[in-house]
Design a protein around this ligand. Structure first.
Ligand SMILES: N[C@@H](CCC(=O)N[C@@H](CS)C(=O)NCC(=O)O)C(=O)O
Length: 192
């Protein structure tokens, strides 16, 4: 089982932390998707041209959400219930919008501009962060390790890339504090 990704991707990191916590053995290969040679590997495996993807024998699995479900099936680990899936959707929505903002910055676009595309991303980011701030102390959230990891990876990446102001979100800040000392978090720190 080979996981392809990059050390900075929060979607890849959540899977790496999940595998570590469940002692799942896998090979990890990093890909620089913006390097023309390495991008060939991405193109060969994922028409959406995103990381992560997992290669398990002949089977290729794209998308962190599907990979997580694949691992849960393969290793008989608990699946998320519907309320937990909804929370994961909010985490993903925030993360996806922040990826768009980062790509906007790298394309030298004015991501603060008052235009529909960036207004929608900023609204989604603010609203989902505020929603997750309230949800991250609920039983639904705390009963699901994959949600906790996914949120931690998102928040730590926000800080690493300086993408949003988390001050005032006390629930989110406590969540970072709780997870940042874990070995699985330290081993996958994008800064190292
Ligand atoms: N829904 C996907 C999102 C993955 C994703 O956005 N990955 C980013 C890296 S963090 C990527 O590959 N971006 C390349 C691009 O947008 O062209 C998942 O959960 O795996």
């Amino acid at each position: 089982m080979i996981l392809y990704g990059s050390n900075t991707s929060p979607y890849v990191r959540r899977l790496r932390m999940y595998c570590t916590l469940h002692e799942l053995s896998y090979e990890y290969k990093t890909l620089n998707i913006f390097d023309p040679e390495e991008r060939k590997v991405l193109i060969e495996h994922n028409p959406a041209r995103k990381i992560p993807f997992l290669v398990c024998g002949e089977q290729v699995i794209n998308d962190s959400n599907v990979i997580a479900r694949y691992l849960q099936d393969k290793f008989s680990l608990p699946h998320l219930n519907w309320a937990q899936e909804n929370l994961l959707t909010s985490i993903n929505a925030c993360n996806d919008s922040l990826v768009e903002i980062l790509l906007g910055q790298r394309s030298e676009l004015d991501t603060q501009a008052d235009v529909l595309f960036f207004n929608l991303q900023r609204e989604r980011i603010t609203e989902t962060l505020s929603y997750l701030d309230k949800q991250c102390t609920t039983d639904v959230f705390l009963n699901c390790e994959y949600l906790q990891i996914s949120l931690y990876c998102l928040l730590d990446w926000i800080q690493f890339r300086n993408l949003a102001d988390l001050s005032g979100f006390n629930g989110l800040l406590s969540h970072i504090e709780k997870w940042q000392t874990q070995v699985s978090a330290q081993e996958t720190d994008p800064r190292s």
